[in-house]
Structures are given as structure tokens and as C-alpha cells.
Ligand binder design. Structure first.
Ligand code: CA
Length: 225
């Protein structure tokens, strides 16, 4: 699950990012509404956490513009005041939920999961490539009905492959899909995780579905080729 955090108070943003990362989520931080607008347009986030009080363009305007750009990710607004007008205004601009500052981190996490789940429901949750299935809502992966336990990173990378079956994905595609934007571009980490994934989703089943495409990257292929 990938989260865009829009918060201009750097300390709070970093604290939240660290907390989310520890929970196995990916989090990118934007300090202004302008940055948030282009980031949300460029990356399919599962949920956006949007502070109302931002320098320049405020959270309301940012939300309105993101919706104008066709960004469909659920938006959780953070408001410093528990003002009824703020809530109504926020929901009018296309926000899905709001949270009053200061809030409990567990509460934030629960709201994020609920929003992402709701979204997962309307995008058709379970991905399937032959006998391999991946459920983003429950984080369950199975091959022919047998559970395959994966680490968070392995799961995120497999999800990228399963959203693009048969396509050649470069190391950069996989890095962008499974690591957050602050991650250094070290492509060998991708190779390492592809090896881990093969050990779990292919080898025990005598399959070779995660192909290396020489000089290009990797590809998830149907098993009966
Ligand atoms: Ca603020």
C-alpha cells in the first residue's frame, strides 16, 4: 500500500513516514500542495493524507485540483480545528474522510486501511495470473490454492509483476513500484528480490514464470509457455 503524505511540518511528516514504513507501507512526502498535485498525478497512490494548513495552496484547493486531474485515490484530510465547516468544506472538495489534529497514530493507520480497503473493493481485489493469485486487501498470495507467505517487499514487488503480466519490466519500473521515492536507485536490490520471489512462487512448484529478459529486466510469463 502506497501513501502520499502531504504535510509541511517536516518533523511531523518524517515521524508519520517512519511509523507507516514500520507498518510495511510505502510513504512519499510532499511539503506543498503543488508538489502533491503532480506526485498524485504521476503515481497511483492507494491513499492520500492531506493537511489542510499548507503554505500557498491549501489542502482544500489541492484536493479540488487533484480531483480535477482525475486522481481517484481516497483522500484523508488532516485538520487542526474541529470545525464543522472544515469538514463539510473538505468533503465538498472531494475528500473521503478527515482526522482532527492531534491524532493518535493507531487511529490514522486504521482510517488509512479502511480507505484503502474500500478502494480495493471497487478496483476488483484479487489479481490472478494462471494459478497464482494475489489479494491486495488481505495480502494473501496463493499458487493453486496453496498459501505462499511473502515479506512486505516481496509482496509489493509481486503485485507490480501481476499488474503487468507478460510485460517486460525494467529494474527502474520495479524499484518505482515497490520502493518509496526516497529510495536510492540501486538496481541490485531488485535482482535480490526477484531471486527471493522465484524461490517462493516458482521453484517449489517446478516453474519458471519470472523470466530474466537479458539487458532489459524481468517479465512474469504464463507457465504453460
Ligand atoms: Ca500544516
Amino acid at each position: 500500500m502506497r501513501v502520499l503524505l502531504v504535510e509541511d511540518e517536516d518533523r511531523l511528516a518524517q515521524l508519520l513516514k517512519r511509523g507507516l514504513t514500520e507498518e510495511g507501507l510505502l510513504a512519499d512526502v510532499a511539503a506543498t500542495g503543488e508538489d502533491a498535485q503532480w506526485m498524485a498525478k504521476a503515481t497511483p497512490y492507494d491513499v492520500v493524507v492531506l493537511d489542510i494548513g499548507l503554505p500557498g495552496m491549501d489542502g482544500f484547493e489541492t484536493c479540488r485540483r487533484m480531483r480535477g486531474d482525475g486522481v481517484g485515490a481516497p483522500v484523508l484530510m488532516l485538520t487542526a480545528r474541529d470545525a464543522v465547516e472544515d469538514r463539510i468544506h473538505g468533503l465538498d472538495t472531494g475528500a473521503d474522510d478527515y482526522l482532527v489534529k492531534p491524532f493518535d497514530f493507531g487511529e490514522l493507520l486504521a482510517r488509512l486501511r479502511a480507505l484503502a480497503r474500500r478502494r480495493g473493493d471497487d478496483r476488483g481485489p484479487v489479481l490472478q495470473v494462471d494459478g497464482l493469485t494475489l489479494d491486495p486487501a488481505t495480502r494473501r498470495v496463493q499458487r493453486d490454492g496453496a498459501d505462499i507467505p511473502l515479506s512486505t517487499k516481496e509482496f509489493q514487488m509481486l503485485e507490480v509483476f501481476m499488474r503487468h503480466p507478460g510485460e517486460v519490466l525494467t529494474r527502474l519500473d520495479l524499484l518505482e513500484g515497490a520502493w518509496d521515492a526516497g529510495y536510492e536507485n540501486r538496481s541490485n536490490v531488485v535482482d535480490v528480490y526477484v531471486r527471493y520471489l522465484r524461490e517462493k512462487v516458482d521453484r517449489p512448484f517446478g516453474l519458471h514464470t519470472l523470466e530474466t529478459v537479458r539487458g532489459a529486466g524481468y517479465r512474469l510469463v504464463p507457465r504453460n509457455r
